[in-house]
Ligand binder design. Structure first.
Ligand code: ADP
Ligand code: MG
Length: 356
C-alpha cells in the first residue's frame, strides 16, 4: 500500500526578553543553578504575577510577521500538573484564547515550488525549571533558573507531508523569529525546541491517521531523523496488523529510534482554568500598527529584492538572506565594492570558507 505522511509541529521559541514573563528576575543563560528564580517564578503563597510588556510586544511582532489574526482578547490560564521542576504545581499558559490566531508561512521545496503552511495559533506561556539527570548518580538535580522564562508556542496545521517539509517549515520559523529579534534561536541552549506530531494514512484517504507526538527535539537533523524513524515504525506496525496508538514518544538520538513515554490513557488532565491573578490581554489597533511599522524587511521580501535589485540568482539571494546579519553584511559590503555578483561570490565562497 502507498502511505502518505502527515505532520504538524509545535515549536517553543524562548523570547529574548531581559526578565521573566511575570517577574523581574533575569533570563540570562548559564547562571549558577537556582540563583535566578524569584518567589513569583516559584509561585510562593501570596505572590502576584505581573505580565512583561515586552513579551506581549514580541508575540504581536510574530503575529504581524506571519499575517496572523491579532487583536482578539487573550486569556492566561493555569495548566495544572505536578512535576519536581514545577514546584508551584501549575504552568501559566494560554488555552482557549491565544494572543496570536491563524496565520501562515511559505516554504520552498526542492523543486523550487512554494508551499503554504498554516499556523493555527501562537500563545504565550512560562517555561518550567529543568531536571538534571546526568551529574547526580541515582538522583535528579533541579535547576529552577528557567522557571518563568517567556515562551511563544507556535502550533502549525497538519500541513506537512514529509520530514523534509517539516524541517523546511521549522527552519523558516527559526529564520523568522531571529529576523524579527524575538528569539536567539539557540537550539543547544534550548531556546528553540520542536515537538513533531506524526501520522500516516493510505494515499487517497481523507481522514487523518492516529498521531504520535515526538517531544523536545533540539536539532533540525534530529527532527528529520525522528520523523523518518516514526513514519517507518507506524507503517510497519499497521502493515503487520497492529494499530497506532495516540501517545507521546521520545526520540533517542544515540539509538536513532523513538520510544513510548506516555499513552493517551495516561495523558494528563490539566484542569485548565483562567488565572485569577492575571487580567485578560487586549491588544489595541494602535499597538498593532506600531509593531507593524517597526518590523524589519522580512526574509522572503528581502530575497526577492536581492534577486531584482542585484540581479542575483534565487539560490544566491536565498543564501545571502538566510540570516539578517548575513544580509546586512552583504548590503554593506556591496555598497563599498559596487559589484553585487562579485561580492556575493566572495561572501559565499572565500569568506564563508574562512569562517567555517
Ligand atoms: P494537543 O493539544 O493534544 O497537542 P492539538 O490539536 O493542539 O493537540 O494538535 C497539536 C499538533 O498536532 C498540531 O500541530 C496539529 O497540526 C497536529 N496534528 C493534529 N492531528 C494530527 C494528525 N492526525 N497527524 C499529524 N499531526 C496532527
Ligand atoms: Mg501537543
Amino acid at each position: 500500500m502507498q502511505w502518505e505522511t502527515v505532520i504538524g509541529l509545535e515549536i517553543h521559541a524562548q523570547l529574548a526578553t531581559q526578565s521573566k514573563i511575570f517577574s523581574g528576575a533575569s533570563t540570562a543563560f548559564g547562571a549558577a543553578p537556582n540563583t535566578q528564580a524569584c518567589n513569583v517564578d516559584l509561585g510562593m503563597p501570596g505572590v502576584l504575577p505581573v505580565l512583561n510588556r515586552e513579551a506581549v510586544t514580541m508575540a504581536v511582532r510574530f503575529g504581524t510577521a506571519i499575517n496572523a489574526q491579532l487583536g482578539m482578547r487573550s486569556v492566561f490560564a493555569r495548566k495544572n500538573y505536578f512535576y519536581p521542576d514545577l514546584p508551584k504545581g501549575y504552568q501559566i499558559s494560554q488555552f482557549e484564547l491565544p494572543i496570536v490566531g491563524k496565520g501562515q508561512v511559505e516554504i520552498m521545496l526542492d523543486d523550487g515550488a512554494v508551499k503554504v503552511i498554516g499556523v493555527t495559533r501562537a500563545h504565550l506561556e512560562e517555561d518550567a525549571g529543568k531536571s538534571l539527570h546526568e551529574d547526580f548518580h541515582g538522583m535528579t538535580g533541579i535547576d529552577l533558573n528557567r522557571a518563568g522564562t517567556p515562551l511563544l508556542e507556535i502550533v502549525s496545521e497538519p500541513d506537512m507531508r514529509s520530514a523534509v517539509e517539516a524541517v523546511a517549515y521549522a527552519k523558516k520559523i527559526h529564520q523568522l523569529v531571529r529576523y524579527i529579534g524575538i528569539c536567539d534561536g539557540n537550539m543547544q541552549e534550548g531556546s528553540f525546541r520542536c515537538d513533531a506530531n506524526v501520522s500516516v494514512r493510505p494515499v487517497g484517504q481523507a481522514e487523518y491517521g492516529t498521531r504520535a507526538e515526538l517531544k523536545n527535539i533540539n536539532s533540525f537533523r534530529f527532527l528529520e531523523r525522528a520523523i523518518n524513524f516514526e513514519v517507518e515504525r507506524q507503517i510497519d506496525l499497521i502493515e503487520s496488523g497492529g494499530e497506532v496508538v495516540q501517545e507521546t514518544r521520545l526520540y533517542d538520538a544515540d539509538k536513532d529510534e523513538t520510544r513510548s513515554m506516555r499513552s493517551k490513557e495516561e495523558a494528563n488532565d490539566y484542569r485548565y482554568f483562567p488565572d485569577p491573578d492575571l487580567l485578560p490581554v487586549e491588544i489595541s489597533d494602535a499597538m498593532i500598527d506600531e509593531v507593524k511599522s517597526a518590523l524589519p524587511e522580512m526574509p522572503d521580501m528581502r530575497r526577492e529584492r536581492f534577486e531584482s535589485e542585484f540581479e542575483l540568482s534565487r539560490q544566491d539571494a536565498e543564501s545571502l538572506t538566510a540570516s539578517r546579519e548575513m544580509a546586512d553584511y552583504f548590503e554593506t559590503a556591496n555598497g563599498i565594492a559596487g559589484d553585487a555578483k562579485l561580492t556575493a561570490n566572495w561572501i559565499m565562497g572565500e569568506l564563508s570558507a574562512a569562517m567555517n
